[in-house]
Design a protein around this ligand. Structure first.
Ligand SMILES: NC(=O)c1ccc[n+]([C@@H]2O[C@H](COP(=O)([O-])OP(=O)(O)OC[C@H]3O[C@@H](n4cnc5c(N)ncnc54)[C@H](O)[C@@H]3O)[C@@H](O)[C@H]2O)c1
Length: 264
């Protein structure tokens, strides 16, 4: 896929990786970039920083009716959506003891938002015989995140969902990529309340990339129409090691967790 001339929609576009994707897509010649975020002011600010081809919209990516309206509005205003980045996500340091409401929110944002967007896009894309979905999952969807059962479980589900869509609709012109970064310098890892959490400490120790660097890797991978996008090359190595010997990988993760829990 070449980004020049495309209409791209990015959820979670008010900051972090989503805003960086929008900026980079515009630099690559996108015709229009729509940044969608529950934080409407952040989406509008991020769009203004890109320029007139970008628009910021307040919308809950996990709301089916709202997203149906958003997709319809973009297609009427900006034109047919070529690329949809299901990038909105949350991390909440959930344990299995966390309550159902906290787990429900996690599933809604990290998994159902992709189901919902794809549900509303598919009829249009199948009719045109083309459409590109990029799901921002995480290295946690291939490996794990220490200290956040909800993030680990839902990001595994996000990877599985992206694979399923790629297999089921790939022969009908629907292309899918799945972005699985490790640590990226955004509010999720460096924002308020993240200091001292083991999940944030894990990714900070393993190496942090800038959102703009991730966006550059994404553009190169979209050009190749590659499914799995791994901005941190180590993730491929860890994933192979896990597949080769699951029990050894679990012991190594327990050892890493003990190290992070030991005061420095
Ligand atoms: N930062 C990292 O280290 C890292 C690593 C791997 C994957 N990710 C994933 O990257 C994606 C982007 O996260 P980020 O790191 O840029 O964090 P971020 O917190 O800076 O950005 C996430 C954005 O999503 C928005 N959002 C949250 N819920 C929403 C909803 N229901 N509808 C619309 N927007 C919503 C937030 O307001 C925020 O602007 C997430 O899916 C995250 O899980 C991040």
């Amino acid at each position: 896929m070449e980004l020049a001339g495309t209409v791209a929609v990015i959820t979670g576009g008010g900051g972090g990786i989503g805003a960086a994707l929008g900026k980079r897509f515009a630099a690559e010649g996108a015709k229009a970039v729509v940044l969608v975020d529950v934080d409407g002011a952040a989406a509008v600010r991020a769009a203004a920083a890109i320029g007139p081809l970008a628009r910021g919209v307040e919308c809950d990516a996990a709301g089916s009716a709202a997203m149906a309206g958003l997709i319809d509005g973009v297609e009427r205003r900006e034109g047919p959506i070529d690329l949809f980045c299901a990038n909105a996500g949350i991390a909440r340091a959930l344990d299995v003891t966390s309550d159902d409401a906290a787990w429900d929110e996690m599933w809604r944002v990290n998994v159902m938002s992709t189901v919902i967007a794809t549900r509303h896009l598919l009829p249009r894309w199948l009719e045109r015989g083309s459409g590109y979905l990029m799901v921002t999952a995480s290295a946690a969807g291939l490996l794990t995140t220490l200290g956040d059962a909800g993030y680990s479980a839902t990001k595994h589900a996000a990877v599985g969902l992206a694979e399923w869509i790629a297999i089921t609709y790939g022969d009908r012109g629907i292309k899918v990529s799945c972005l699985c970064p490790q640590g990226v310098r955004t509010n999720m890892v460096f924002g308020p309340g993240t200091d001292g959490t083991i999940g944030a400490e894990q990714v900070r120790r393993l190496g942090v990339m800038e959102p703009d660097e991730v966006a550059a890797v994404v553009v190169a991978a979209l050009r190749e129409e590659r499914f799995l996008i791994l901005p941190h090359p180590d993730v491929a190595r860890y994933f192979r090691a896990k597949a080769e010997d699951h029990d050894r990988w679990l012991s190594a993760m327990r050892r890493f967790q003990r190290q992070l829990q030991t005061p420095q």
